[in-house]
Ligand binder design. Structure first.
Ligand code: 13P
Length: 287
């Protein structure tokens, strides 16, 4: 059964560790993350972007696949299925499709509109028992080949959104999706500290988990981060392992046309990445 992320994140916040959100793209990816979470006895959040949802034919298919897989694989650790960076309409689509958690990314709106829309979603999520992530301050990232710097959120605005009763809050602290540019200034711990002081027990979310140095990850957790999102790193390790397999001509061995064998090295690479992240985030044996 899928669960809301509320309990796992409140426990993580109190225990000073973070739960990993690993984004999924297909069946193999999902299976790899779920089996690794079970192996590590770690709670886990499966992230689904709108693009990945569309690729997998729609949010309903994703919810049905993940729910059935949790059951068929006999997964006993807590699993939340979470919409990543949802637009307002997508939040409703995922609520109706059977997701157990959603993120409303209202960072593009004015703070007034972000507050109004988040408030409405807080009410619906409470009624339905879903967890809700809100965002203040845009997370940077690559768009059309240009890497935008991550914004630093205004701590007062973070408090305004946190007070609406969201489950978790993503505050921009200079973090960026994808690879970090060589001149990246690092995370703004000053902003994180200020946000944490004003939002108290609110579990904070760190996006752009790929490529942040380990000491910064640990410091962020010590300052209140209870959820860390990882996407690009799984994509990189999956692609590298698949490419190596093909370059070595292994795909042509034996029958030479077995898609399950072709996807196996990439899937194992994802498992290894997830293991390492769960160890770094401290969520092992916390299920
Ligand atoms: P990365 O792709 O940088 O790992 O970030 C993932 C993320 O924050 C998804 O919301």
């Amino acid at each position: 059964m899928l669960v809301s992320a509320k309990e796992m994140l409140n426990k993580a916040k109190a225990g000073k560790y973070a739960v990993g959100q690993f984004n999924i793209n297909n069946l193999e990816w999902t299976k790899a993350v779920l089996q690794t979470a079970e192996e590590m006895k770690s709670p886990v959040i499966l992230g689904v972007s709108a693009g990945a949802g569309k690729y997998m034919t729609g949010f309903k298919t994703v919810a049905a696949m993940v729910s059935a897989m949790v059951e068929d694989l006999g997964i006993t650790v807590p699993v939340a299925l979470h919409l990543d960076h949802g637009k307002y309409e997508e939040c409703y689509q995922c609520i109706n499709a059977g997701f157990s958690s959603i993120m409303f990314d209202g960072s593009k709106y004015s703070i007034e509109e972000n507050v109004a829309k988040t408030k409405e979603l807080v009410k619906i999520c409470e009624e339905k028992g879903l967890s809700l992530e809100a965002e203040v301050g845009a997370i940077g990232g690559e768009e059309d080949g240009i890497v935008g710097a991550g914004e630093c959120a205004d701590p007062e605005e973070c408090k305004q959104i946190a007070d609406l009763g969201v489950t978790m809050l993503a505050a921009g602290i200079g973090n960026i999706h994808g690879k970090y540019p060589s001149n990246w200034k690092g995370l703004s711990f000053e902003t994180l500290d200020a946000v944490q002081k004003l939002t108290g027990d609110m579990p904070l979310v760190l996006h752009g988990g790929t490529g942040i140095p380990e000491d910064m990850i640990k410091k962020a957790i010590s300052l209140g981060v209870a959820k860390i999102n990882v996407n690009t790193e799984c994509q990189l390790t999956f692609t590298a392992a698949t490419r190596k397999y093909i370059e070595e001509g292994k795909d042509l061995e034996g029958k030479g046309f077995d898609p399950r064998k072709l996807l196996a090295p990439g899937t194992e690479a994802i498992r290894q990445t997830v293991r390492e992240k769960m160890q770094l985030f401290g969520s092992v044996n916390k299920a």
